[in-house]
Design a protein around this ligand. Structure first.
Ligand code: CS2
Length: 503
């Protein structure tokens, strides 16, 4: 029996017809940009846009992919010369394409040196990144650099051997200033609001503490555009790798799976040249804020709601949660009645249609996005997805009965999940330890628990009351009672309001 071949440049000419391949000459690419955090999302998003651009308009913009956290890239993408199969899946439909835009990979998990050699190189004009929400080492509620973060404490004491993103980027910029002085654009592609502002803030705050004029140099020579990114691309499973082998006859250790929908809105604020990703469907704008509010509050808000409540209801994936009649009614009413009135109009996007489209995307059964994966790091996600719309509603004097339920869902998830799922899925959230300690102290008494957790979130009184009552029910034997009651109570409140306005 022939051994199964692994994907690599040598296989490109022998691929089955069903697999598309790069139409440009990869050998003549030279690295012009780097990406930090080569996970499933990058492989389905920025790397694909760049691949599209290379096919349309040949340019030098090859990507150097760098990981400063696990997994190592050398054994998968590295071994395959940067090539991988990107599958677009929607229910029974599969579309396969080999992406060729990543020209080199660098593992920098043990030391920052390999990453710095790339980031400080004069050839690199642009650094994009997807390092997850917590990678920025900021305090989610304020955006400030978290000076108590263990990695920041370490990096300020050892600035020549940084571990954190802000520490690594500050040192790379310092080395650029010392060696060639070329400008750099740093483009965050993570799901945090005003991600460019947050990135600039953490890097500059770090640089200011170095006290060597670096912060001023950064202000004059680096740009930090904000961006809204979108495509659902869950963590890849062994089944995905096996499917590629079964369908196409080769082994690929770096498969990425995404849905058909994709979007990228980028603030037009570059320090030097910018890749013409607009030719491949991205949009350059002056202000990303309305786009990111829409996406984070509607699509991501729905995902977090379905994930935390779905886990409590014993459901595995997003598509299982949205198939549940109660959760599907709940999430739609929450978005239409409470989230939508907090949105700023976005040119060319009708919010009701956007809600429908987003909920439609979540029904895709080929995208096996686990509720546990989305619930991971919930504390870093709920601010932009749920707490900011809640704050806007409270400022408008409007109800928050529905939006409060998934916030209580996040708390209940952290309290219950380690005990229930700990072995199969260790709960991971920077707040998990603090919340577990509060749960031990308060003995799971909902009002005491909610009150202690909400103090961390600096919550207002109305918010406290609504979350406390939902949490009590979510922690009971029938967690979905909270979802049902919130819908009933909200109905009663609306009836009262409509009677009052009829007077
Ligand atoms: C998800 C996102 O895991 C999560 O937090 O909500 O990764 C989501 O799929 C993307 O933002 C979609 O663009």
């Amino acid at each position: 029996m022939n051994a199964i071949e692994t994907l690599g440049p040598g296989l490109l000419e022998r691929l089955p017809a069903a697999v598309q391949k790069p139409t440009y000459d990869r050998a003549s690419l030279s690295p012009g940009m780097a990406h930090l955090g080569v996970g499933a999302f990058h492989r389905c998003h920025q790397a694909e846009y760049t691949d599209d651009l290379l096919s349309l308009k040949f340019d030098r913009w090859g990507i150097v992919g760098i990981n400063i956290r696990p997994p190592a890239l050398a054994d998968t993408l590295g071994r395959q010369g940067g090539l991988y199969t990107r599958l677009i899946r929607e229910n029974d439909h599969v579309e396969a394409r080999i992406i060729g835009s990543i020209v080199k990979v660098v593992d920098s998990q043990d030391s920052a040196a390999p990453a710095l050699a790339v980031l400080a190189s004069p050839d690199i004009e642009l650094v994009t990144m997807t390092v997850t929400e917590k990678g920025y080492c900021h305090i989610p509620s304020t955006g400030a650099l978290d000076l108590g973060h263990p990695d920041i404490v370490h990096d300020l004491a050892n600035p020549e051997a940084p571990r954190s993103l802000p520490g690594i980027l500050a040192l790379a910029l310092e080395q650029r200033r010392a060696t060639h002085g070329r400008k750099l654009t740093l483009l965050s592609c993570d799901n945090i609001p005003t991600n460019g502002v947050i990135l600039e803030n953490v890097v500059r705050s770090f640089a200011e503490r170095r006290g060597n004029g670096l912060a001023d140099w950064i202000a004059a020579n680096a740009a930090f555009p904000s961006a809204m990114v979108d495509r659902i691309a869950p963590a890849v499973s062994p089944d995905d790798l096996d499917s590629v082998e079964q369908w196409f006859g080769y082994r690929d250790g770096a498969v990425a799976v995404g849905e058909p929908f994709r979007q990228w809105v980028i603030e037009q604020k570059f320090a030097g040249r910018m890749p013409r990703w607009d030719l491949a469907g991205a949009t350059f704008v002056d202000d990303v804020t309305p786009f990111e509010h829409l996406k984070m509050r509607v699509l991501n808000g729905a995902q977090t709601t379905l994930a935390t409540l779905g886990v409590l209801a014993g459901l595995e994936h997003t598509f299982d949660a949205i198939a549940d009649p109660l959760l599907s009614v709940f999430v739609k009413r929450m978005l239409v009645e409470e989230t939508l009135p907090t949105l700023t109009p976005v040119p060319g996007m009708e919010p009701n249609a956007y809600i429908e489209q987003s909920l439609g995307r979540l029904k895709n059964t080929a995208i096996r996005h686990r509720n546990h994966q989305i619930a991971t790091d919930g504390s870093q996600k709920i601010v932009q997805r749920l707490l900011n719309p809640i704050r806007d509603r409270l400022n408008q004097g409007a109800g928050i009965g529905l939006l409060s339920v998934p916030v209580a869902g996040w708390m209940a998830y952290l309290i219950l999940a380690s005990a229930r799922f700990g072995k199969r899925w260790p709960v991971s959230d920077p707040y998990a330890g603090r919340i577990a300690a509060i749960a031990d102290e308060t003995g799971r008494d909902a009002p005491a628990l909610a009150s202690a957790i909400l103090t961390i979130l600096a919550a207002d009184e109305t918010f406290r009351k609504t979350v406390t009552s939902a949490l009590g029910e979510l922690l009971s034997g029938d967690p979905m009672a909270a979802v049902r009651h919130s819908l009933e109570q909200d109905g009663v409140a609306r009836l009262k309001r409509s009677k009052l306005s009829a007077l």
